[in-house]
Write a protein that binds this ligand. Structure first.
Ligand SMILES: Nc1ncnc2c1ncn2[C@@H]1O[C@H](COP(=O)(O)OP(=O)(O)OP(=O)(O)O)[C@@H](O)[C@H]1O
Ligand SMILES: [Mg+2]
Length: 290
């Protein structure tokens, strides 16, 4: 007789805490957040070029991310949004300026230090990046592989991690799909799995690079609402790049708009003038007219 596969055994449901039940996927995100305490991520005068004789892709960019806030990163294609995000995980060359996370200078990190940094940053991508033939629960558990020693002596995930993965699936509203293959889920559901996987890392910040670009408008709202409520409840900063202005205005506490690698506009979403903000895309229209 074979014993049941621990990964595929559904753990007992966990009673929702007041924080998680108040912030389930459908609940309101609550009042605007006022950041407290020092920034967890600090970008100062960051300039990036990919090759010595190439043009600057980022030009003296400043950015701070505080626990609990969601910052919308706007800009047309090629403006440098992904480059800025990759600079936070040490994947881009820093030409000048500094990037610090929890006080650690990313440019100083190598080997183990860099791996540690990356394990502390949850990432969410446009294409979800799930392993389709594995169960939803296992995909979430893969987030724990960033940290050392996730497997027990039988080479399976530890019971406590499976319990936590299930709890996170409840948090993102799809615990009933835990044992389904990831490829059987809709795009919006898959993105929820990716968010749960990022949370499995117990991240110090979350980077979401165009997380709703493949989703329909209604699902986009739900996923962004979820990210913003996670930022508040877990007190983890979320940086989210978006192409659609109304989505950014509705689901970010602050926005920063890049144009050709420079910060063109920044401020609290509540104070933003949508027309001024649309200037980050103006040159697209100029190109179209040309
Ligand atoms: N690895 C790389 N090597 C050389 N140039 C790069 C590299 N990655 C990005 N670039 C260039 O840097 C610029 C900014 O690219 P980036 O991907 O950051 O823009 P983006 O704002 O994320 O665009 P999109 O909205 O299309 O995703 C572009 O001109 C791009 O060609
Ligand atoms: Mg990009």
């Amino acid at each position: 007789m074979t014993s049941p596969n621990p990964v595929l055994t559904r753990p007992a449901p966990i009673p929702a805490t007041s924080a998680s039940s108040a912030s389930s996927a459908g609940a309101a995100a609550g009042p605007a957040h006022t950041p407290l305490g020092p920034p967890r991520v600090r970008v100062r005068e960051l300039s990036v070029r990919y090759a010595p004789d190439a043009p600057l892709v980022l030009d003296r960019v400043d950015l701070e991310l505080h626990p609990g806030e969601t910052v919308g990163l706007l800009g047309s294609s090629g403006s440098g949004k992904s480059t800025l995000m990759k600079s936070l995980t040490g994947f881009t060359p820093i030409t000048s300026g500094t990037v610090t996370i929890d006080g650690a200078d990313v440019a100083d990190l190598t080997g183990r230090g860099l791996r540690q940094l990356r394990s502390n940053i949850g990432q969410v991508f446009q294409q979800f990046n799930l392993i389709g033939r594995l169960s939803v629960l296992t995909n979430v558990l893969l987030g724990s592989l960033h940290h050392a020693g996730p497997l027990n002596r039988f080479g399976t995930f530890r019971a406590a991690d499976r319990q936590r993965a299930y709890e996170l699936l409840e948090r993102v509203g799809i615990a009933d799909k835990a044992l389904d293959e990831a490829r059987q889920l809709s795009g919006g559901q898959q993105q929820r799995v990716a968010i749960a996987r990022a949370l499995m890392q117990k991240p110090r910040c979350i980077l979401a690079d165009e997380p709703v670009a493949s989703l329909d408008p209604r699902t986009s709202h739900t996923v962004l609402h979820l990210l913003q409520s996670i930022a508040r409840d877990e007190q983890v900063p979320v940086l989210v790049s978006l192409h659609v202005l109304p989505l950014a205005l509705e689901h970010s506490d602050r926005v920063i708009g890049l144009r050709e690698g420079r910060v063109l506009i920044r401020g609290r979403t509540a104070d933003m003038d949508a027309e001024a903000l649309s200037a980050v895309y103006d040159h697209d229209h100029e190109e179209e007219r040309a």
